[in-house]
Design a binder for this molecule. Structure first.
Ligand code: AMP
Length: 621
């Protein structure tokens, strides 16, 4: 059984397979490799998928869905603008993920739409291969986050496909050009499609691929060229009826393709020259330059460091775009392969390699990076980073935590994605509670939390209490994901706010520590006030009250005073603590239980970090 490679695109999708050592795209009965990613629902009957659904879309606007990749793994709140542009009505009763209202049937999700596209490609593969395909490698944009990747996997499962792995689109393009055989190098993949633009910088090191950086614009592509070209002939396009505008845009699109090969074309009888077209699209193409510079800067590279540039996407057929890319990177881009097919071809090559009997290459190790840091919220609403941004995947990290309150039987784990210091400024990916902890004094339980991001970029978090073995795991299927724009916005914010974030974090850490000291002291005084001379008691209380007055401060300027007072309190109460410990140890040696002694010792943090009590979790700022 041959494995297949699938490019599940925003505009078009393709399926490819390696036959006799060569990767090729499978064609439909009309001889086309491209399947428009468009689905029209027909009530209880099977949906119409592909070219027909696309061509007839204007007649069935309420039940035809295209460009739904933009909505995969996202919440309605994250894509209202896209819904407005594509005129989809979302089901507001479901805030966690997108559901489109659809005429003649219940709501449909982007995952279901994608699964219809995948089913159609699978049928194509069955017909061409005379049998069921093996597993599938499916490509996703490099910036897709956990939720978007998970949604893609769900769609494949719904379509009855076994996903061998998700592969980043730029990596697939590099594989298609055989760049993996060079062993080392740095490559730029410039992907300009119909509606989206992505640029990725890849590093190949000893046969291992990493995505060093990605940038782009989710609303930039050939459609913008069509509008710019149409506006040359029909300047008041926006004022025309929908049907008129569609006709003019279709004519402009055809003229644009013609202009890739000749110097003049006509739109609605009016001639347009290639020079006029190039002048019209220059500002659009210039926007891709900014993204390329950003990606290079993120990767810490200059154009001279790039060993090869690969073109992907139908719009890179435009000669002006090619010239522009060549100028930007100072070298001619690779363009031998069909830019529409290159991603599917690379996916098929990777799928073939995964059969283990490939003639193409030995096993190829592919690594990608996570776009934003992953971490956990800890006491005080601070983020403890587990996996920093741009870490190559697969990757795992673990840390040990303990409880904050005596007798705490559960801890709330709040998983976050982002690069800001405070939890509230990052994106929440999910929460879960580890329950059934033994009733122990604060600071005694040892809870090991593991983060594991697999090769497909899916995050699994597990927590285990080490003494009792109580454990729980979740696969993070976040209710929504981050868009590329959001990732950029969050990164910008984390850079802009780096200084104040660190100050806030330090203040909160100081406050949490002060709270811990005060709580332990209160407990000790309640139990053993009698062990203190009056003047020692007065000295301790004076410092404690000064600290108590400040410990809820939100003014970063108070941090130093909080830290100083905490140290002072430690110092003035050191004798008291020492006396209590000695007394308790004597008790312990005389056979009292460790729990009771632990509680009486007022043990707090043992150097590991403290997570919050679930009961208190909702009360945090
Ligand atoms: P993709 O999303 O990669 O399938 O790219 C589709 C975009 O490529 C659409 O905007 C097409 O109009 C554009 N396109 C396809 N062929 C050509 C061509 N020969 N010249 C210019 N643009 C093209």
């Amino acid at each position: 059984m041959a494995n297949i490679g699938i490019d599940l695109g925003t505009t078009n999708s393709l399926v490819a397979v390696v036959m006799s050592g060569k990767a090729r795209c499978l064609l439909d009965e009309g001889g086309s490799a491209l399947l428009p990613s468009v689905v029209r629902y027909e009530g209880p009957n099977p949906p119409v998928v592909g070219r027909v659904a696309l061509d007839e879309a204007p007649q069935f606007p309420g039940r035809t869905f295209s460009s739904t990749k933009r909505f995969m793994g996202r919440a309605p709140a994250d894509c209202r603008e896209d819904a407005r542009i594509f005129r989809y009505r979302m089901d507001d009763a479901e805030p966690r993920f997108v559901r489109f209202l659809c005429e003649g049937r219940g709501p449909v999700t982007p995952v279901e739409v994608a699964s219809e596209v995948l089913k159609t490609l699978k049928i194509r593969a069955v017909e061409c291969l005379f049998g069921e395909p093996g597993g599938a490698v499916i490509t996703v944009p490099a910036y897709f986050d956990d939720a978007q990747r998970q949604a893609t996997k769900d769609a494949a499962r719904l379509a009855g496909l076994e996903v061998l792995r998700l592969l980043n689109e730029p990596t697939a393009a590099a594989i298609a050009y055989g760049l993996d055989r060079r062993k080392d190098g740095r490559f730029a993949v410039y992907d300009l499609g119909g509606g989206t633009f992505d640029v990725s910088i890849l590093d190949l090191n000893d046969g291992i691929f990493q995505v060093l950086a990605t940038a782009g614009d989710t609303h930039l592509g050939g459609d913008d060229f069509d509008r710019a070209l149409a506006a040359l002939v029909v300047p008041d396009l926006a004022a025309r009826t929908d049907a008129e505008a569609r006709t003019v845009l279709a004519a402009a699109e055809a003229a644009k393709r013609e202009l890739s090969a000749s110097d003049v074309a006509t739109i609605a009888g009016a001639p347009v020259t290639r020079a006029a077209f190039e002048a019209a699209i220059a500002p659009i193409v210039a926007r891709t330059t900014a993204a390329c510079r950003q990606a290079l800067a993120d990767a810490g590279l200059t154009p001279a460091d790039i060993d090869a540039v690969v073109l992907v996407g139908g719009s890179t057929r435009v000669p002006y775009v090619r010239r522009h890319v060549a100028e930007l990177f100072g070298r001619e881009p690779f363009s031998d392969l069909n830019p529409d097919e290159v991603v599917a071809i690379g996916a098929a090559m990777q799928a073939d390699i995964l059969t283990g009997t490939s003639q193409l290459s030995d096993d190829l190790l592919l690594l990608d990076v996570i776009p934003l840091s992953l971490g956990l919220e800890v006491m005080g609403g601070i983020v403890e980073k587990f996996i920093p941004r741009c870490s190559p995947i697969p990757i795992s990290a673990s840390q040990t935590f303990t409880t904050h309150a005596d007798g705490q039987t559960g801890i709330d784990l709040h998983i976050l994605q982002g690069d800001r210091e405070l939890a509230r400024d990052n994106r929440s990916l999910g929460r879960f509670t580890l329950k059934g902890l033994p009733r122990l004094p604060a600071g005694i339980p040892r809870i090991k939390v593991d983060f594991l991001v697999d090769a497909d970029g899916i995050l699994r978090v597990s927590a285990r209490e080490e003494f009792t073995g109580v454990e729980t795991t979740i696969e993070v299927k976040p209710s929504y994901g981050l868009t590329e724009d959001e990732i950029e916005a969050m990164l910008e914010a984390s850079i802009d706010n780096a200084e104040t974030d660190v100050e806030d974090r330090m203040l909160i850490e100081a406050r949490v520590e002060a709270e811990g000291i005060l709580a332990a002291l209160d407990k000790a005084l309640a139990a053993d006030r009698a062990m203190l001379m009056d003047e020692d008691h007065a000295a301790i209380v004076a410092v404690a009250e000064a600290l108590r007055a400040l410990h809820a401060s939100t003014d970063p300027a108070d941090r130093k005073r909080i830290v100083d007072l905490s140290h002072e309190l430690d110092a003035v109460s050191a004798g008291f603590a020492q006396a209590r410990i000695e007394r308790d140890l004597t008790l312990a040696l005389s056979g009292r239980s460790a729990d009771t002694v632990g509680a009486e010792l007022g043990l707090t943090n043992d150097g590991t970090r403290v997570t919050q009590d679930p009961e208190k979790a909702h009360a945090r700022p």
